[in-house]
Design a protein around this ligand. Structure first.
Ligand SMILES: [Zn+2]
Ligand SMILES: [Zn+2]
Length: 268
């Protein structure tokens, strides 16, 4: 399974700050629409046919309106947006509302569609592009679904935005092919109480969540708030957690079932 955290700052590069969240999985499925609509290679955008939304916060949907515009082609085939009923309701009310952006839901017909929306139910897996994707509720300030992605050989979890949570770790304990987890760490320890109140992690609570995973599962720290990114990196390094590394934008993570993952930069 090939996974790329898409870059989201003008200065691209694996150490660039991360403002928005979008992951490409096998180039065909996207988890969150934060930056997918900013990809300079529009053909790469067109290859994405299914966008799974974890929740409707701006850093996860910011480029979705641009993306839908960019990949539209006349005819019945269109991109599919999947998320909880609450998330889908939010993007229709708050983004595609004829004020922020055209209401592509209303403008879509069976013969000429911009997008179609598919509601996801907690723990009800769906299959798209050869992947089995299971949404799992996590602990955030609005309804949020983590996504467990399984290609039949490997399993990877995108924990979304979450504070300390439980059901996700319970679900992952039953996945012997789990290779990696992308886990947020939004704030430094100094802001740990604030982070917990609004459903985010800091290095100390991140460590407690990581301890719920087997030691050989790679754990990618992501969603570091840009103004705290260096502090968070220092605090995580000081904890010396096994298998933890910073998620790097623009790097393709090829999580192989033999436990010998291969990191290959896609581009210079
Ligand atoms: Zn959020
Ligand atoms: Zn976020």
């Amino acid at each position: 399974m090939r996974i790329e955290l898409l870059p989201s700052s003008v200065s691209a590069g694996a150490d660039a700050p991360q403002f928005l969240s979008s992951y490409l999985v096998n180039d065909a499925v996207c988890i969150d629409g934060g930056s997918v609509g900013l990809l300079a290679d529009v053909d790469r955008q067109r290859a994405v046919r299914h966008v799974f939304l974890t929740h409707a916060h701006l850093d996860h949907v910011a480029s979705l309106p641009l993306f839908v515009e960019n990949v539209y082609e006349p005819g019945p085939e269109c991109v599919e947006i999947l998320g909880s009923a609450e998330t889908l309701g939010s993007i229709r009310r708050d983004l595609f509302n004829d004020r922020i952006w055209p209401d592509f839901f209303r403008l879509s017909t069976p013969h000429d569609a911009f997008l179609r929306a598919t509601p996801l139910a907690p723990l009800k897996a769906v299959e798209r592009a050869g992947l089995r994707i299971t949404p799992v509720p996590v602990t955030h300030s609005c309804e949020t679904l983590a996504m467990i992605v399984d290609d039949g050989r490997s399993c990877v979890a995108f924990a979304a935005d979450t504070g300390p949570t439980d059901l996700l770790w319970h679900e992952l304990a039953a996945r012997p092919t789990l290779r990696g987890v992308f886990l947020e760490c939004s704030f430094p320890d100094m802001l740990g109480d604030f982070a917990s109140r609004i459903g985010h992690l800091c290095p100390t609570t991140f460590a407690a969540q990581r301890a719920r995973l087997a030691a050989d599962v790679r754990c990618f720290a992501m969603h570091r708030k840009a103004r705290h990114a260096a502090t968070i990196a220092r605090e995580l390094a000081a904890l010396g957690l096994p298998g933890v590394e910073l998620a790097r934008p623009g790097v393709v993570y090829d999580l192989e079932p033999d436990g010998q993952p291969d990191l290959r930069p896609r581009r210079a």
